[in-house]
Design a protein around this ligand. Structure first.
Ligand SMILES: [Zn+2]
Length: 156
């Protein structure tokens, strides 16, 4: 796992990428956050590629040690991150998912692609998305974001 810090409107956006597992350097990340005296933060998880069960444990242990006011805002959760973390009960209580990716399969041309879903505004559960290969309109598995939306205040 690697990370990058970026300033954004006075917030610090921390982008994580790669694998989250027992070797992920959360301890060093924690030190870096403390050293920088961060006042407001969010995590971008677009480039997290794989999360194993040890990684799930490491993530929650990191959040506990971070002792940040919960929920901690997350942006652009990758499919891998969301699939590993969202079944865990603590997830919706400690993390606020602002946006995420869903993996799509086009029934017409069999293309696979990801779509980004914003959860900061009311989500259309019947939304369809255009296949980038054949322009067919595809139904997303929106039920998979439903449990995450409940943690979001603006979910209607
Ligand atoms: Zn298609």
């Amino acid at each position: 796992m690697s990370w990058a810090f970026a300033e954004r409107d006075g917030d610090v956006l921390i982008s994580l990428s790669g694998k989250i597992n027992e070797d992920s350097a959360f301890k060093e990340l924690l030190q870096e956050i403390r050293k920088r005296n961060v006042k407001a933060l969010a995590f971008n998880l677009k480039d997290v590629r794989r999360v194993n069960s040890m990684g799930v444990r490491e993530w929650f242990s990191f959040l506990r040690q971070l002792s940040w006011p919960i929920p901690v805002p997350l942006e652009e959760c990758s499919v891998s991150f969301q699939q590993a973390l969202s079944p865990i009960e603590d997830f919706s209580q400690t993390c606020l998912v602002n946006s995420l990716y869903l993996d799509m399969f086009c029934p017409s041309c069999h293309a696979e692609f990801d779509i980004k879903v914003e959860l900061t505004m009311p989500v259309d559960m019947d939304a369809e998305f255009e296949c980038p290969e054949c322009n067919n309109m595809c139904q997303a598995e929106m039920w998979r974001v439903e449990s995450l939306c409940k943690g979001n205040h603006s979910y209607a």
